[in-house]
Design a protein around this ligand. Sequence first.
Ligand code: NAP
Length: 293
Amino acid sequence: MGKTDMDVSVLGFGGSEIGYQRVSAKTVARLLGGALDAGLNVIDTAECYEDSEELIGKALGARRRDVHLFSKCGHARAEARSDWRPEALSRSIERSLRRLATDHLDLIQLHSCGLDVLRRGDAITALERARGRGWVRYIGYSGDGEAARWAVESGRFDTLQTSVSVADQEAIDLTLPAARAAGLGVIAKRPLANVAWRYARKPTEAYYQEYWERLRALDYAFLRGKADAAVKTALRFTLSVPGVHTAIVGTTKPDRWRQNAALLGDGRLPEAERERIRARWKAVAPASWEGQI
Ligand SMILES: NC(=O)c1ccc[n+]([C@@H]2O[C@H](COP(=O)([O-])OP(=O)(O)OC[C@H]3O[C@@H](n4cnc5c(N)ncnc54)[C@H](OP(=O)(O)O)[C@@H]3O)[C@@H](O)[C@H]2O)c1
């Protein structure tokens, strides 16, 4: 994964849904146990995804050493406001270690702070200090747009986590070429655009609405096919983007990881299909379709 020493599975696990949808510990243990047996070695979570960190810590137990464990800091749970002060970030990382029942994280990421915070520099210094103390092995930025570009160009991060999917292609030109040139590890978040095309009507959940609207306008022919075939094309698209190392799909379902891994059996999307999706985006997407946090 970039210049890091991590050899990551192309399909990772996104840990927000298990927290926000209050999935039981038993189900998470089944979900992660089955995925680990099938080859998963990347788990991404965050300090603010409700109980996600505790659930993952409990489910992993002795298998902690089989995975690369990523978390984020900047919004402590139950606090409405973000807090980018160095002491708050250090406390957050220590809390993540406790919740994940581990003595180190493989990666800690600033959880989508703005350009002003990045420029000030002290939040990045807090992460560097955590790396110096051995609490984390690598440090990264998770976010999009100009802030992500600044993070890549700063030379201070090992990784970038950013939105990349058929409904979110800004990063493909804005940040990924530079990230690739700099040897950053790249994690595609929201890699399936939340499968927002599955809703016949505009979803009530605000988080899905922007992608749902974009996908209606993009009207990709491949989304009109069978459900599994559409997911297969969308996921292979994300993983075919130059520079992307792993795609962290969120799920609440124990069988999903294996199902999605099987969809990737054919490897990268053929160039012509990838170009069709790129061309459609370029023809339809207005400049306002920025990377979604
Ligand atoms: N700012 C940030 O740092 C930030 C922001 C957003 C996300 N993230 C990270 O990115 C991860 C992924 O994002 P996400 O979960 O929002 O988006 P996503 O991975 O694009 O979409 C997840 C959704 O896709 C569904 N899904 C997965 N495989 C499917 C399949 N084969 N068929 C039908 N539905 C399928 C899941 O439903 P089921 O439960 O039914 O499987 C889930 O609702 C998060 O967990 C988090 O780790 C980070």
